[in-house]
Write a protein that binds this ligand. Structure first.
Ligand code: BGC
Length: 510
């Protein structure tokens, strides 16, 4: 790019940020500011997911995903009967998303690929070149803009065809996923160096294959979620080993998985540390123990409880699938980093009641815990999102202690509201979480490589439709052109990235 073009572009990029700048006054960090900086190698980015932003749901041969089925066949399940048919129209407007990412100054963009857009029937017999081309254009434009592409392979939106074959509750899934992963490495691996196989298995397994309240609406509580977890882990490991064997040497990238889970604090003085550990094992440990512990395999506490409960229920096998020696070895260590989404924490205590065989089994019943919140914790628009920044530092330290300081990549963190441009609460959420993160890196020496804001733009918030907004940019959903407008929080994150510091206070001039 020549200098004139560069200056014009820079001026264009700065214009939208100027308005916000008037609204915010940042107090620099206290203490020795020089020492309280994000290290040079630390990267900042923002995330989205295909179904939540792309639209173009039936264009260019794209097949249905489980979320098309849910929103079209059961519209009453989603707030305002919203769907992702058009969403933020990023299928046509991805360059506007890139412009927003550039304005904030992000180093990378975590987006997901719609499997149904490139292999609508799961495997190569259904390959759609137009789908392949779309992501090529997106990846090339990102690189051109100096933004590193970070790809999530599946973010909740399995092809409906793969779901019809049993989806993640079937062993067949592992084979299909390997074919899909291979297609991605082959087509994009020359430019994509960070791969995330799955996003938040705890969430999509428990709600998608257990209680069945979320896509793909499979109701098999107490059984389905554990099968889903099992084949998630095995398919992840299959993609990892495929990368290792066929692509790593030539492409030189990294491959991990994104997990979700809260941190837990004792509900009262009577809550003993083993209860906190139990809560952590039943949420994160379900996946982190097989992948990152020395021994591998499911957390012993889950193996024991679920076998006991299954026996009480008159079963001849545990509802938690047995992990063979071969599988344990395949999964153990099969991640170059631990992708982690942090939003909130809970108080926890042991449920004093005896295990009740009279009601349907579930992960919740197996765990036998009661969760609550502190009255002082502020809540976002989302009913589940209580603001607990210290939980982020807590969980990062837990990873460090439990798994010998693995490399953690924070792949999501964010706050929901009504979508206002002057999003002061989101600014404070990010300020407080980034401060805790800096403490975890600098003081506790937790190994964290990057931070990802959810999300760059307002998008389809699953069952909540467009009623809860997480974007750093507002999207005008009443306009066919879906204009993106920066919010105050985008300016705040811009300043953090520029200064590599977290202000100790943010005063809004409203
Ligand atoms: C998911 C996103 C979602 C966000 C806010 C994360 O659990 O990965 O898809 O929009 O939380 O609920």
């Amino acid at each position: 790019m020549n200098w004139v073009k560069f200056v014009v572009l820079l001026a264009l990029l700065l214009v939208p940020l100027i308005d916000c700048a008037k609204l915010i006054e940042v107090t620099p960090v206290s203490g020795n500011a020089e020492e309280r900086r994000f290290p040079e190698w630390f990267k900042f980015g923002a995330a989205t997911a295909a179904y939540q932003i792309e639209g173009g749901w039936n264009e260019d041969g794209r097949g249905a995903s489980v979320w098309d089925t849910l929103t079209h066949d059961y519209p009453e399940l989603v707030v305002n009967r919203d769907n992702g048919d058009v969403a933020a129209d990023s299928y046509h407007r991805f360059r506007e998303d890139i412009k927003a990412l550039q304005e904030v100054g992000f180093n990378f963009y975590r987006f997901s690929i719609s499997w149904a857009r490139i292999l609508p029937e799961g495997d190569l017999s259904s390959l759609k070149q137009a789908g392949i081309d779309y992501y090529n254009k997106l990846i090339d434009a990102l690189i051109e803009a100096g933004i590193e592409p970070v790809v999530t392979m599946v973010h909740y939106d399995l092809p409906q065809y793969v779901q019809n074959l049993g989806g993640l509750a079937s062993p067949l899934f592992v084979k299909y996923f390997k074919i899909y992963a291979n297609t991605l490495f082959r087509n994009y691996g020359d430019r994509v160096k960070m791969w995330i196989t799955h996003n938040e298995p705890f969430d999509f397994c428990v709600e998608g294959y257990g209680s069945g309240i979320d896509g793909p609406l499979v109701r098999a509580s107490g059984v389905g979620e554990y099968l889903c977890g099992h084949y998630t882990l095995l398919s992840h490991a299959a993609a990892y080993h495929l990368y290792d064997q066929r692509y790593r040497k030539e492409q030189g990238g990294s491959i991990g998985i994104t997990l979700s889970g809260r941190f837990f604090f004792p509900a009262s003085n009577e809550t003993v540390p083993s209860v906190i550990d139990r809560a952590l094992q039943y949420q994160l440990g379900w996946f982190t123990h097989p992948l990152f512990s020395e021994s591998g395999g499911y957390p012993p506490i889950m193996i024991e409880d679920i076998a006991d409960h299954s026996l009480l229920e008159g079963r001849t096998m545990s509802r938690l699938p047995e992990m063979s020696e071969r599988e344990r070895k395949l999964i153990k260590g099969s991640a170059d980093f631990l992708g982690y989404n942090y939003y909130s924490s809970r108080l926890v205590e042991r449920d004093p009641r005896e295990y009740d065989i009279g009601s349907p089994p579930s992960l919740d019943k197996d765990a036998g815990l009661i969760y609550s919140v502190k009255p002082s914790w502020k809540r976002a628009k989302s009913s589940w999102l209580y603001v607990v920044p210290e939980g982020l530092r807590g969980i990062l330290n837990w990873f460090k202690e439990e798994y010998n300081n693995p490399l953690v990549f924070i792949t999501e963190n964010g706050f929901s509201d009504d979508g206002q441009l002057e999003d002061h609460d989101r600014v404070e959420y990010y300020r407080a979480h980034l401060e805790q993160l800096l403490g975890a890196i600098l003081d506790d020496e937790c190994s964290v490589m990057g931070f990802t804001a959810w999300s760059i733009i307002d998008n389809f918030e699953w069952l909540r439709g467009y009623s809860e907004k997480f974007g750093l940019y507002h999207v005008n959903y009443s306009s066919p052109t879906r204009e993106r407008t920066p919010k105050l929080s985008s300016k705040f994150i811009h300043e953090v990235i520029q200064s590599r510091q977290v202000p100790s206070n943010v005063i809004s001039r409203g």
